[in-house]
Design a protein around this ligand. Structure first.
Ligand SMILES: Nc1ncnc2c1ncn2[C@@H]1O[C@H](COP(=O)(O)OP(=O)(O)O)[C@@H](O)[C@H]1O
Ligand SMILES: [Mg+2]
Length: 342
């Protein structure tokens, strides 16, 4: 794709608490961290010559409607991961943009819906004979009754709350008592149903993809924990995702996954099949476990993953020779080219 030559009027849509200041002067890394993606995206779109109008919203659709009327954007750069504090509402926000016939970056509402619910994704992929963990869903109220076919060890997490909320090493459970305890913790901590999945022992691999019709996969990355204590599970706990000191202690790195050429080709094809089966568009990151028998199990699909400069998605693009401004340019183009029903 050729870079966009035309200047666009872009509404950058983000959570109201994450609207970045115009300059980073005098701020520490810790100050910047919460809204670094919003800053990196806005600053880079401006460098690309576009007119950027930042909009922070929380739970009032009227704010978005007013801004659309005022700015009349060529495209909305969507960085919302929730609406009114609820993750699953992000799909409705994008539906609103579709109904207003406004172009937007990232995933379409159907893809957001299918990927958000981990049980629903697994059911669809199982139909396509793609390796996925066996699972059961437990809603709040009543003791979790484990189906006989679902064998320990299991990993217990939220059905749809992201960011490893409620996931620690103790999330890998080996008996009924621990299962009940973790299910209850998920209900309490996330206010969402729990999903208990077959624990897939193996390497943790991430694949970034972009596209609507024609898809491109970036270099797969592997989560490596060089100082993981003996016997501890190599999982991405919430502490590992959010606590820098803990990352350093565990010797955490995400680096290009060393895979045989055959396995890499297979993973790329599999990733594209998953992307299509879940009706994704724009860009997404897929989280896999590579089991000892060589099968890649999909854990979850993340449409609209984090775009912070230097972090996983952007880093994988860089390893595939797509630099940050080029990455955002391509995301804009995919948004402009996406054909909604209208
Ligand atoms: N079935 C599973 N088997 C092994 N590890 C798992 C499984 N499910 C989740 N995990 C671990 O927990 C992490 C977070 O789970 P994930 O489904 O990706 O949720 P999130 O949306 O919080 O990223 C994964 O990156 C992986 O390390
Ligand atoms: Mg994940």
């Amino acid at each position: 794709m050729k870079p966009l030559s035309r200047q666009l009027n872009i509404l950058t849509l983000m959570h109201e608490d994450l609207v970045p200041p115009a300059s980073l002067e005098g701020l520490t890394e810790k100050d910047i961290q919460p809204w670094k993606m919003e800053y990196d995206v806005s600053a880079t779109l401006e460098q690309l010559g576009h007119k950027v109008h930042p909009l922070g919203i929380y739970g009032d659709l009227g704010d978005l409607a007013d801004a659309l009327d005022r700015v009349k954007p060529d495209i909305v750069f969507n960085m919302m991961e929730e609406f009114d504090g609820h993750g699953p509402y992000d799909q409705h926000l994008v539906s609103f943009l579709e109904l207003r016939r406004v172009r937007y970056t990232g995933c379409n509402p159907r893809g957001l819906t299918l990927a958000r619910d981990k049980a629903l994704s697994i059911k669809i992929l199982a139909y396509h004979r793609i390796p996925v963990p066996a699972f059961a869903v437990f809603k709040a109220g009543g003791k979790p009754r484990r189906p006989a076919r679902l064998a320990f060890p299991l990993l217990v997490k939220s059905l749809y709350v992201e960011g490893s909320v409620g996931i620690s090493r103790a999330s890998v459970v080996r008996d009924e008592a621990a299962l009940a305890e973790r299910v209850e913790l998920i209900h309490r901590q996330t206010g969402s149903p729990a999903i208990a999945e077959e624990y897939i022992e193996g390497r943790e691999i991430y694949v970034g993809l972009m596209g609507n019709e024609r898809l491109q996969a970036s270099t797969p990355l592997e989560l490596v924990l060089e100082h993981l204590p003996e016997g501890a599970p190599n999982i991405a706990t919430s502490r590992l995702k959010w606590d820098y000191a803990h990352q350093a202690k565990m010797g955490m790195q995400t680096k290009p996954a060393e895979l045989a050429p055959e396995a890499r080709r297979h993973l790329e094809q599999l990733s594209k099949r998953i992307y299509r089966a879940l009706c994704l568009s724009g860009y997404a990151r897929l989280d896999f476990r590579l089991a000892a028998d060589g099968r890649f199990f999909l854990l979850e699909a993340n449409p609209n993953p984090c775009l912070t400069y230097g972090e996983d998605f952007a880093e994988a693009a860089h390893l595939s020779a797509l630099e940050y401004p080029g990455l955002l340019d391509r995301i804009l183009r995919l948004g402009l080219n996406y054909r909604g029903v209208w």
